[in-house]
Structure formats: C-alpha cells, structure tokens
Design a protein around this ligand. Structure first.
Ligand code: ATP
Ligand code: MG
Ligand code: FE
Length: 349
C-alpha cells in the first residue's frame, strides 16, 4: 500500500509518502532553531508553527514523489503520544484529506513509528524481535510480537535516554538538542576518564530489574563533577565528561537489550528513536550482539529522529491488514504501546 503520513507530535513538521517499506518522499521541517532560544520545546509555539508549515509540507511530499492523490491508498496521522495541540494539527490535516479524497484514514502511535523505522533499513525484518526504543521522551524495551502487538518489558523510571543527553549537554553548555553535540565531543574524549553510576533499579526481593533503567542519578553525578571542577577553578574536561557519560548510557542500554533478547529467545534487536543515531550506542550494541550471535538493526540515520516516513511505513502495514481508524479518533498525550490496537477497527473483506 502507498500511504501519505503526517507527523506533528513534537517539534518536527513531517510529511512522507511510503510504498510498503520504500520511502518515496520524506519532508522534515525542524523547529529546532525556533525552540533553541528557550532551551526546549514550547508547546504553543510548536502548534502554531505546525499550522504554518503543514500544508506546504504535504504539497512538497507529493511533488518530491512525483505523485498525485490518485496514487495514495491511505492517509495517516500520528495521534499519540505527544503534545496534544501539536498532534491535533497533523491529525486534523490527515482526517480532512482522507475525507476530501475518500481514502482510508489511520491514526498511528508515534512509538510504533519509531519501531517501524528499522524496516526502512531492512525491509526483510519480520517479528518477533526485540526493540530498544531510545528517544527524547521514552526509553523502553519492547517485545515486538506482530504489527500492532507489543509488550513493553522495561522502561526508564525517570529520565529518558535522550532527555539525559539533553540535560547533560545543558550542564556542559553544549546547547539544545544535546545528543548530537555530546556524540561529537565524545569522539575526542576518554570514555574511561570518569566512573559514573549506571542507574540500576533494585528489586524488593534483592537483585536488580533486568530491563528497567534510571538516568537521573547519572545526570546528577555529572552535575556534581562539573561543580567540583568549577569550585577548584579548573577548566571543565568536557570531552572526557561527554565520553564517560555516553559510555555509561551505551553500556546500560546494551546490557538490557542483550538480556531481553536472550531471555525471550529473540535473535534480532531493532533500535529506534533519536538516540539510535548515537555512535557510542551503535558500537557497543554491535559488538555485544556479535558476541551473542544476535542481529542488530539500526534505522537509516535520517529516520532515527522524528520523521513521517516511519509513521507511513507503520500505516502501510496496518492498512494491508485491513486496520483503519474512525474519523472521530482523537489525539492523546499518552497511550501505552500495549494498547495500539485500540486505534483501529478491523475491516472484514
Ligand atoms: P518521543 O519519540 O519519545 O516522543 P522525541 O520524538 O522528541 O521523543 P526523537 O526525535 O526520537 O525524540 O529523538 C530526539 C532525542 O534524540 C533528543 O533527546 C536528542 O538529543 C537525541 N539524539 C539525537 N541524536 C543523537 C545522538 N547522535 N546521540 C545521542 N542522542 C541523540
Ligand atoms: Mg524533535
Ligand atoms: Fe520521537
């Protein structure tokens, strides 16, 4: 199926056309420059910006794919989770177009989109597999059973991995978003310079949770170190701090992903979300997976952070299975991946 999808869950206005697992066009207009002055995403500013840009992005996506509406089999919009005002812009546009052109409409879970980004680098990938989802707002280990069937095995108890990168980058005065900046600096730093806490979750009966994680203690540890250097008047070894922080996150995530794959007998691990672009994480996971005879799949670099191609790819598969959404579907700020199928009615054909 050929699907046009609109993604406006946060600060990227994105529209893409995907034919099954093939990207025909992908337009991403980032608002980073606008939100940078505030040090983070301002919801009301994001919504207004989506309104300004979305129509143009839709026209651009068709033009770049050299298609008109007659070639489109379905229209999708991200409906959850995210900023409700921002989600509503893309979702309403998708519903309106579906009505106007008499096409099936699908609401898509943003995190299911992040999972589907890996299909864009390996179209032969098929469930079951494990997904390590590491984005700006989420850090989850997911057992992918089938399209729309997910079991969240573990999560972060506090900050998401991407959020930790952003917060540590702010401590090191590297600007926003911080992930790419830390990634770059870590290349020239010593990852063993500082021993930092990994953030394990204790279990009541003793031992640690195998899949849950915590990153707020790690962030605090970096804060303490920066304060120590500031008090002593020594210059901050920012490259060493960035490298040590990145190493700790990469090791923590790798350990949990390998444990999940082994415990559930899964032979492939797909990574999703903005932190999947991180070079430290890619290296650690790749090396560990080789030792354990597991396959790792990373999305193409440009589809790690928010984009609409991953949303369209998920929608194309749902559409092939006869899953469509009602036009009354609303935007939801939160929705568990376990509940993705509540978004659809299944058509008997
Ligand atoms: P969510 O998907 O949970 O709603 P989001 O959509 O804001 O959150 P993404 O777009 O998937 O998140 O990812 C953005 C995050 O990825 C930011 O926190 C950013 O710092 C981080 N990130 C991007 N590139 C890198 C990188 N190379 N290394 C580490 N982190 C990165
Ligand atoms: Mg973003
Ligand atoms: Fe995202």
């Amino acid at each position: 199926a050929t699907v046009l999808a609109i993604e406006t869950s946060c600060d990227e206005t994105a529209v893409a056309i995907v034919k099954n697992r093939n990207v025909l066009s992908s337009i991403v207009s980032s608002q980073v420059a606008i939100h940078q002055q505030y040090g983070g995403v301002v919801p009301e500013v994001a919504s207004r910006q989506h309104v300004e840009i979305v129509n143009h992005a839709i026209a651009q996506s068709l033009e770049a794919a050299h298609l008109d509406w007659s070639a489109i089999d379905g229209i999708a919009g991200t409906c959850a989770p995210g900023l409700v005002g921002a989600l509503l812009v893309g979702l309403t546009a998708a519903k309106t177009l579906a009505m106007l052109y008499q096409k099936p409409f699908l609401g898509i879970h943003h995190l299911e989109g992040h999972i589907y980004a890996s299909y864009l680098s390996d179209p032969t990938l098929e469930p079951p597999f494990l997904c390590l989802l590491v984005s700006g707002g989420h850090t989850s280990l997911i057992y992918v059973k089938d399209c729309g069937r997910y079991e969240v095995l573990g999560q972060t108890r506090d900050d998401a991995a991407g959020e930790a990168f952003d917060k540590v980058a702010r401590l090191l005065e590297l600007g926003y978003p911080g992930g790419p900046a830390i990634d770059r600096l870590a290349q020239v730093g010593n990852p063993k310079a500082f021993a930092l806490p990994e953030g394990q979750i204790s279990l009541p009966g003793g031992g640690f949770h195998p899949y849950d994680s915590s990153f707020s203690g790690l962030k605090t540890a970096v804060l303490r170190l920066t304060q120590k250097f500031q008090q002593s008047g020594e210059p901050l070894p920012i490259a060493d701090l960035a490298a040590s922080f990145q190493e700790t996150v990469a090791k923590s995530l790798t350990k949990r992903a390998i444990a999940g794959a082994r415990d559930f007998g899964l032979d492939a691990i797909a990574i999703g979300g903005g932190v999947a672009a991180n070079r430290g994480l890619r290296q650690h996971l790749q090396a560990a997976a080789e030792r354990h005879n597991l396959r790792v799949i990373f999305p193409p670099m440009q589809f790690c952070t928010d984009n609409a191609a991953m949303i369209a790819c998920a929608a194309a598969e749902h559409l092939e299975r006869g899953h469509t959404s009602r036009l009354t579907l609303g935007a939801q700020s939160r929705l568990s991946l376990n509940d993705v199928m509540t978004l659809y009615q299944t058509q008997q054909t």
